[in-house]
Design a protein around this ligand. Sequence first.
Ligand code: COA
Length: 426
Amino acid sequence: MENAKLQLNGKTYDLPAFAGSENEVALDISKLRAQSGAITYDPGYGNTGSCKSAITFIDGDLGILRYRGYPIEQLAEHSTFSETAYLLIYGELPNKETLRRFREDLAHSSFIHEKMVRLLDHFPLNAHPMGVLASLVAAMATFYPNHGDEDQMDTHVRRLLGGVKTIAAYSYKQSIGAPFVYPKRDLGYCANLLWLLFGTPAEDYVVSPILDRAMNTLLILHADHEQNCSTSTVRMAGSSQADIYSSVSAGIGALSGPLHGRANQEVIEMLEMIQADGGNYKKYVDLAKKKDSNFRLMGFGHRVYKNFDPRAKIIKKTADEVLTALGVRDPLLEVAKGLEEVALHDDFFIERKLYPNVDFYSGIIYRAMGFPVNMFTALFAIGRMPGWIAHWMEMRKDPDGRIHRPRQIYTGPTERAYPNGKTPRA
Ligand code: COA
């Protein structure tokens, strides 16, 4: 491929061009500042490739998403969350025996240190599960040291995957004052999650196969999404050689924002508001278009997808199936469909290519399954864990890897003298 040429102040600079395995073209500007003094400006990194990665491929124009080459539609239909997690982290689908051992390991590592369980007592009862999750995942670094040892890495990976669901479930149980139950070694990953969330020591809770399958589908859909805000945060933190627990904890913090993971909670709150206001979809679509309104259609739009988010298509179908199978009639599903219909035919949304994203229908399924809204983002975090881990591990082995340290264009005051003697120090 030919190098690109950049002209600046009468000089020409060569920018090496290269392509990925799906022919996406990139210009290497890493030497540009040293050669010309100029940096590139790209707020929000919408046009910046921060790394080469072999984990996930997205074509936002065509609505394609693949993990390690496998289309998301096929994984959602045929795989389980444990198998997909293994695929993302280790690069290949496991054989039957490897998968059996991996599942066993995950069940085993769902037991968290008793002292960590006691830490939960010190959070307020109404603590948001995302805050609890970020804190306890960071605390795992102190309970499970030796994170620099390469031969311990598989153990840390399993502890994170197994532990995160127990911490999330216990934070929920704590918030409603319900007793904790221990994980069960004979249950698969999602069945164990449901047991930890809804099981009680007093009565037998049998995990519904419908809920188990729906949970698997939802977590698979959330498992990775290349360089999104939280994953970039994990890579950014990890680039300083911070340990995997601290890096993932930073990612959980990033995911908790309403423009990222918390959008699923915000969608339900928005749908409830629209329903309470008489279900006038058009009024809210119009409001979302007003520049000064500060209101956005939550669950709509995406930085990369300029077409239907392929995950949203699967989730919409799953929502219909789960609600029918559970015999739930949720009026919010009708509000969501009505809103989508109006928005998809509105010029503002058409011109900006704003389609429903993964968060638009996921909350409706979570509601039908019995989750309170403040647990939605924690479920997203459990799903995203394999992606964060896979990226953190890939980043460490990256031959081009360096500490992440973007540049800036300074726009503050130029040098000025401190008003010596005139302003007393506080
Ligand atoms: N509702 C109304 N307008 C929206 C919108 C939404 N949900 N999302 C984007 N837009 C509009 C913006 O106002 C902007 O319009 P303009 O060109 O007239 O200024 C244009 O579309 C581009 O939006 P921008 O914020 O620059 O896109 P982005 O790539 O920076 O942001 C999101 C992407 C996802 C943060 C954004 O679409 C959003 O806030 N969506 C709602 C939150 C959400 O669902 N997040 C979950 C993502 S999986």
